[in-house]
Design a binder for this molecule. Structure first.
Ligand SMILES: *Cc1c(COP(=O)(O)O)cnc(C)c1O
Length: 345
């Protein structure tokens, strides 16, 4: 079989939620958008619910509908994109809580689903989603009279604890919400780590649950092992892969492994990246292809039948550094062509 094996440690997922919950002042939610950051909401969400999460967050109503089928009745499911045209049936049938982002969304919600719960998303400076302070002033009394389930905002720079933007957004959020009765939420993983001032009534961690930075103490959740299809000897002066970007300077042994950029292994990390054969680090040679990668296995006492790309030696953030991206993108890019197995449930 030439299928790479992606293993997702549900015990580590549970431990990460529990560790973040122990740091949080109030309730701790769980963000499971994008199919639980690519790891599979069907498996991950029930584990998070069993660990104690009662409030879940998704990006769009369709994800909420699917999550409701997975979790059943009970947990609150909040939708960051709010109430969009065409969302009414999903919001009603799956009992979703849209985070209302504008006066237009508020009107659509109260006209389409009078009395149905909602939350409010405020923009505290990121300029991505949520009502601006002026819009909020206009709507505030009407909205608060209907007891929103949550009033939230999102931090732009929480992964940089010393960034002045954090305190600025905290002050803006407090300006907009101090004194209200509704529960408040500001921090995601980064905001949870910034400390209790940023917690309010609910934290909303995502990436930290799945083992990514900025939660440095996270347990790794993902490992990826890739089978070796073939090995060959190359002589000095011979090249490997598309574009001849790597040339052997000494007699070398090259293993070809069964994974590539179609599996979400970023081609951009090519020349910087390594895999591990047991305890030996092996360099990736030349360009990453769609389905194949060449690896230097020169001098290994035994040729491996598989190598580790993600695991205890190097995590998603190591790969992200090599590719000039973030762990979030490595996670959510993990492809559909893996033999996925879940352990530690
Ligand atoms: C994605 C997201 C989160 C979770 O963020 P992490 O950095 O992954 O913890 C929380 N809140 C909002 C609004 C988001 O978009």
């Amino acid at each position: 079989m030439a299928m790479a094996r992606l293993t997702i440690d549900l015990g580590a997922l549970r431990a990460n939620w529990t560790a973040l919950a122990a740091l949080s002042e109030g309730e701790t939610g769980a963000v499971v958008k994008a199919d639980a950051y690519g790891l599979g909401a069907e498996k991950c969400a029930p584990v998070l619910a069993a660990a104690g999460a009662r409030t879940f967050f998704v990006a769009i109503a369709e994800e909420g509908l699917r999550l409701r089928r997975i979790l059943g009745p009970g947990p609150e499911i909040c939708v960051f994109s709010g109430h969009m045209p065409g969302d009414r049936d999903a919001i009603r049938d799956a009992d979703l809580v849209p985070m209302i982002n504008s006066i237009d969304q508020m009107l659509m919600h109260v006209e389409g689903l009078p009395g149905h719960p909602f939350g409010i998303q405020l923009d505290s400076g990121m300029n991505r989603l949520g009502m601006e302070p002026a819009e909020w002033s206009a709507l505030r009394d009407i909205a608060l009279a209907q007891n929103p389930r949550l009033v939230m905002s999102h931090l732009a720079c929480a992964d940089e604890p010393d960034h002045a933007m954090n305190a600025r957004q905290l002050a803006a959020f407090r300006d907009m919400t101090d004194g209200i009765d509704a529960p408040r939420s500001l921090g995601a993983t980064g905001g949870t780590l910034l400390g209790p001032e940023y917690h309010f009534d609910m934290t909303r961690p995502g990436v930290g649950l799945y083992g990514g930075l900025p939660f440095v103490d996270a347990q790794p959740v993902v490992s990826l092992d890739i089978p070796v299809i073939q090995t060959r000897d190359v002589l000095p002066g011979e090249t490997v892969g598309y574009g001849n970007t790597w040339t052997a300077s000494a007699p070398s042994r090259v293993a070809t492994i069964a994974g590539g950029y179609a599996d979400g292994i970023h081609r951009a990390m090519g020349s910087a990246a390594y895999v591990w054969a047991g305890e030996t680090r092996c360099k990736i040679l030349g360009r990453i292809s769609m389905d194949l990668i060449a690896v230097d296995v020169t001098g290994l006492p035994e040729l491996p039948d598989h190598v580790e790309l993600i695991g205890l030696h190097q995590g998603v953030d190591t790969l992200a550094d090599w590719a000039g991206t973030i762990g979030y993108e490595v996670l959510t890019s993990l492809g559909a062509r893996y033999d996925r197995s879940y352990t530690g449930a």
